[in-house]
Every structure is written in C-alpha cells, then in structure tokens.
Ligand binder design. Structure first.
Ligand SMILES: Cc1cc2nc3c(=O)[nH]c(=O)nc-3n(C[C@H](O)[C@H](O)[C@H](O)COP(=O)(O)O)c2cc1C
Length: 392
C-alpha cells in the first residue's frame, strides 16, 4: 500500500505538498482554507520584527504568458504585512483547528544578532513546527542588507544561522537563493553552522522585459521599474539543478521548490533529493484547489512504481547524475521520422543545415537522413512543429 505520508526530522506530514512562503500564505484565512482543501502544510509569508519598511509598489507582478498559460512570473513584492502578534495568534488558531498540518515560520530580521534571536525566541513559544530563514528574497530587501544579500555571502549566512540555531527550540531550515555562482558553497556554510535543513529555491532575479515605446522595464511602477524575482514553470530547471547539487554534497533534509505545477514536477524534485516540496506560483494563478490533482497524481505514480512513500522515491535520480566527462558517449540516438505525421514543411532540413551538419534532406516528398553525418543532437525533433520526429 502506497501512502503520501512522510516525515522530516520527526515532523509528520500527511502529504509532501506545502504552500511556500508567499501570497497564498499571507493570511490566516487563506491558510485555513488551504488546509481544509488538503495541503500538508504551509510556510508562512516571511515575518519580520516590524521595523522594515514594507510599502508595496503597484503593479507588483508581471508575467511571461502565452494565451492563458503563465510560464514565468515576476514579483517585486515585499514581506508579510501582518505583525508578529497577529502571526502568533494565527498560528495558535491554525494549529488548534488543524493539528495534523505542518506550519513553518519563515522569518527575516534586519541584520543584528539581537533582532534575529528575539524573533526566534518569540516564535519558540508558538506551536509552529520549524523555522525557515529567508536569506534569499531578491527584491526590495537586498538593498537593506537582508534577503538575498545574506544568502549570497557564505560567511554572513553561516553567522546568522549560528545565531538562530543557538536559541532555536525547533528545526531550522535555511532558504537559499539561486542567484549565486555556487549554491553548494552557501549550503555547506549553513550546514556547518548548524542548520537542520535547506529550502531551495527562492526566486531568480530578473527583468521581465522592456516597453519599447516608453523604454520602461516591466513591471512599470509609474514610469520606473526594478529587479524582480522570477518564479513559476520557467524556473523549474534551475530549481532542480540547485536541489540536486545540494543533495550531492549533503544529507540534510531539503524542502524543494521552484516551478512546481504538476505532480510530475513534484516527483522530479523528490527524485532529485527533496524530502517534501513547496508550491507558490501555480497556486497564485490557479488556486488552492490544485492540491487534489497533485496528491492523486503522486499517489497513483508511487503505486505504479511500487514505491511505498515519498521517502522511497527520494534520491532515485541522483546516481544517474554524472559529470559531462563521464557520460557514456559512444552510442548515439538518431531521428526517426513518422511519415504519416510529417507535413514535409522542411523545417528540420533547414535547421539541421543551418545549425548542425546538414544531414537531413527532403527527397521526393520524404525526409531522408544521412546517418553517418548525424550528430544525434535531437534539434530536429525539438523544432518539428508536429512532433513527427522521435530520437531512437
Ligand atoms: C509574489 C511572491 C511573493 C513571495 N514572497 C516570498 C516571501 O515572502 N518569502 C520567501 O521566502 N519567498 C517568497 N517567495 C518565493 C516563493 O516562496 C518560492 O520560493 C518561489 O516563488 C519559487 O516557487 P514557485 O515557482 O512555485 O513560485 C515569493 C514568491 C512570489 C511569486
């Protein structure tokens, strides 16, 4: 019998799907509703001691869309607008009503030891299950020396982790930024400093585009713009890479996220080393109700693969990750064209000629391959407008 139940550092999860720290966890009412609908837990929108300026710009978001589908999402949003007092009351309420749900307090203080430790000590008294240290927001706060300004500096990351671990009575996860040359360096620094686990990734620093009439980058805030944080489907490959790299060097639990929109994305994150996963953008664009499909899809998959729980899926893809040098390169794949599907548009022929070796030709209404010159790169199958080319 397969189950979605799992546990991390003794914390029990009824399923591995958590809402990440973001708008879907910005209100007690919202989290309550999400728990009713079946989410396994929530990481609260990042809580600060209240002395960080929190004025929001409008608009706050911009999107990379095709029709109704949101592929990428940029935000320049600040942190939680609820006070510490409101959160303390809210956590009490949520835990009483939903004792089986996991609540992780995401926190950020403006730099000093005393401020970090005071915030931790305050939430030690609450029934939240763990802390997540936000060392990774790329917008609004790095200019104040916090958020990503911490998570891009291994020494500062280690220092603050030590301060927190010194006083924390709960497991401490550190949420890392992908906006670094080597995320492993930061993960190792916080692990050495005593972190109990890693959360990755926060958003990818970005500019969504530029309005070519006004020359204002998006999102335009009364004619000015700034760097934002990119999330959603488009960042999944970056998140997967970060999680895998961390897993290859560490056995710490990982709360994986970045671009999860389906159960398959979640399964990939777990196979690359995540213990549980978090979701934000997909919930922002499609609502809390996506949890049903996430849970059903993952459970059916576990059953089909004869895996008993997410723990048995964890790390399954890690041993297949190698260096480029060690890849088995002798055997090559070649395109096989489905003649019935192929519309003979000649795109594959043209592209192979311009960007590769020119091994395809259109002869008497059929695509022909010169196998000897084919590099087996798969570009032809990627550009085929009808998916008529499979690599075999
Ligand atoms: C509008 C918005 C606000 C966010 N606010 C926070 C935040 O307060 N604290 C935090 O740690 N991460 C924050 N994040 C980052 C998300 O928690 C998550 O790490 C990131 O969006 C990647 O996941 P996704 O692709 O599922 O959205 C925010 C993301 C978005 C889109």
């Amino acid at each position: 019998m397969a189950t979605l139940k799992t546990s991390v550092l003794g914390i029990k999860f009824e399923n591995p799907f958590l809402l990440s720290s973001a708008p879907p966890t910005a209100s007690i009412k919202g989290i309550d509703q999400a728990f009713e609908l079946g989410w396994g837990g929530a990481v609260l929108k990042t809580i600060t001691p209240g002395d960080i300026e929190m004025i929001e710009a409008s608009p706050t978001y911009a999107a990379f869309k095709d029709g109704h589908k949101v592929y990428g999402f940029e935000n320049i949003e600040m942190l939680s607008h609820l006070s510490v007092k409101e959160w303390l009351k809210g956590i009490q309420f949520l835990k009483k009503k939903h004792p089986t749900k996991v609540i992780i307090a995401s926190i950020m203080a403006p730099g000093k030891k005393q401020e970090w430790q005071k915030l931790v000590q305050t939430f030690n008294k609450s029934p939240c299950d763990a802390f997540e240290l936000n060392f990774s927001c790329p917008n609004g706060v790095p200019e104040k020396g916090i958020g990503m300004a911490i998570g891009t500096d291994p020494e500062l990351s280690a220092q603050i982790t030590k301060w927190v671990v010194e006083v924390s009575e709960k497991p401490v996860f550190v949420k890392l930024s992908p906006n670094v040359t080597n995320i492993v360096e930061i993960a190792q620094a916080v692990e050495k400093a005593g972190a109990d686990g890693i959360a990755a990734i926060n958003t990818v620093q970005s500019i969504m585009g530029v309005n070519l009439d006004t020359f204002v980058p998006y999102p335009s805030v009364n004619g000015k713009s700034t760097y934002g944080g990119y999330s959603g489907m488009a960042v999944k490959p970056i998140g997967l890479k970060c999680v895998a790299q961390i897993r290859q060097m560490s056995n710490l639990p990982i709360l994986g996220m970045g671009g999860i929109s389906t159960w398959k994305d979640a399964a990939e994150y777990i196979a690359l080393g995540s213990d549980v996963v978090q979701v934000c953008t997909e919930v922002m664009v499609n609502g809390y109700g996506i949890i049903d499909a996430l849970k059903k899809g993952l459970l059916d998959y576990l059953k089909a693969k004869k895996l008993k729980s997410p723990k048995e899926l964890k790390n399954k893809a890690i041993s297949q990750l190698s260096t480029h040098e060690k890849l088995p390169k002798k055997k090559k794949v070649h395109p096989v064209i489905d003649d019935a599907l192929c519309c003979k548009c000649g795109k594959c022929v043209k592209i192979c000629g311009e960007s590769k070796n020119g091994c395809l030709s259109l002869i008497k209404g059929h695509i022909k391959l010169d196998k000897k010159c084919c590099a087996g790169c798969s570009l032809c199958s990627i550009v085929c407008p009808l998916n008529a080319i499979k690599m075999k």
